[in-house]
Design a protein around this ligand. Structure first.
Ligand code: KG4
Ligand code: ZN
Length: 342
């Protein structure tokens, strides 16, 4: 059985082909990605209308590329999966529309997938896949959540952000430091040259028992320090970048360990764009090793948005009888869609 996955929820068009047998973890046959970073860069952030229009241009060539690389023909596709939400409505509609049209043409079922389910299952495509149950730290541009994952489709929310997401904290701080979009990787690069202890930045909600996050206060503190920076002093900018990253990483790591302890789990899975951050990876490796726990990351290429995680989620749902594909070519998208509603 071959599942084609299509991801168009934000600023990357991703397509992938995954093959699946009854009991085994699905296997990634081929994938292709087109990042819209260059398109949005002049605006300092994602412009939704431009994103939708670009997805229209990219999706069909990406599907052809994925089939050629596999290699496979359209007739080999048994199910088509697309990101149904959450995300930008217009962007989501492109993937949903193409998936449904393809389903109609090939007479194949079409399955809508929750973007965050894709992210949190993505480490299963790595060389060292985690076993269930595990705690998932989901850190993307729009979400920061801790979840107890007991099986595919069984996600219990342990903690959530009450304001900004971790990726947003990276992006907004980067902007305050005069770095371009996308801010997370740019801030991380600058942080390499700085002293993480140069600025004492707030670590909100850390003292409380709650597993919730808050990053708005950190942004305010970064704004205050950034306004006082001597624009000729590169070192001070790097120090502020390093201190910002350290504050975010510290909060994410300590809450993740607290979540493992609260449910008695010994496996942590990290997913979403911020999971690509090297400092976060190193800190979680060390903290987990210290308490005899394992930490799993998706391959770097699968941390940010991609089609493989969408095909994977559909394949794993199908294996467990949890897929709900439609065959009448009707589709919808859910720009706002809490994972707990799955
Ligand atoms: O999962 P993702 O690709 O898209 C969403 O679903 O939101 O995550 C994007 C987020 C952005 O905020 C980006 O700045 C952040 O992930 N990001 C990083 C790094 N790479 C991506 N943040 C920190 N360090 C990185 N290396
Ligand atoms: Zn994402």
């Amino acid at each position: 059985m071959n599942v084609l996955g299509i991801e168009t929820s934000c600023d990357e068009s991703g397509v992938a082909l995954v093959s699946v047998e009854e009991a085994k973890i699905p296997h990634l046959r081929s994938d292709a990605l087109y990042s819209q970073v260059q398109l949005h860069r002049p605006y300092g952030g994602v412009v939704p209308e431009l994103a939708s229009r670009d997805h229209i241009r990219r999706v069909l060539p990406l599907i052809r590329e994925v089939l050629a690389k596999a290699p496979a023909s359209p007739g080999d596709i048994d199910m088509i999966a697309y990101t149904r939400g959450p995300g930008l409505a217009g962007a989501l509609l492109v993937g949903a529309g193409v998936a449904s049209a393809l389903g109609a043409a090939l007479e194949r079922p079409v399955q809508g997938i929750h973007h965050l389910e894709g992210h949190l299952l993505s480490p299963l495509l790595s060389a060292d896949p985690p076993a269930f149950p595990f705690v998932a730290l989901l850190v993307s541009g729009g979400h920061t959540q801790l979840l107890h994952v007991t099986e595919v489709g069984k996600y219990r929310l342990l903690g959530d952000t009450i304001d900004d997401a971790a990726g947003e904290a990276f992006d907004k701080s980067a902007k305050l430091l005069g770095l371009g979009y996308p801010g997370g990787p740019a801030l991380a690069r600058l942080a390499d040259f700085g002293d993480p202890e140069a600025y004492a930045l707030p670590r909100p909600l850390l003292q409380r028992e709650s597993l919730d996050f808050s990053f708005a206060g950190l942004k305010t503190a970064v704004r205050t320090h950034a306004a006082r920076l001597d624009s000729t002093c590169e070192q001070a900018r790097a120090d502020l970048a390093a201190s910002t990253q350290a504050a975010i990483v510290d909060v994410l790591a300590r809450k993740s360990i607290a979540a493992l302890e609260s449910v008695g789990a010994d496996r942590l899975v990290v997913a979403g764009g911020v999971g690509a951050n090297t400092a976060l990876r190193a800190r979680l490796q060390a903290d987990c090793a210290r308490r005899g726990a394992r930490v799993h990351f998706p391959d770097l290429a699968l941390c940010t948005d991609n089609g493989a995680m969408i095909a994977l989620a559909a394949a794993m749902r199908w294996q467990r009888g949890l897929a709900t594909p439609v065959a009448d070519h009707a589709f919808d998208v859910r720009p706002r869609w809490p994972l707990e509603q799955l």
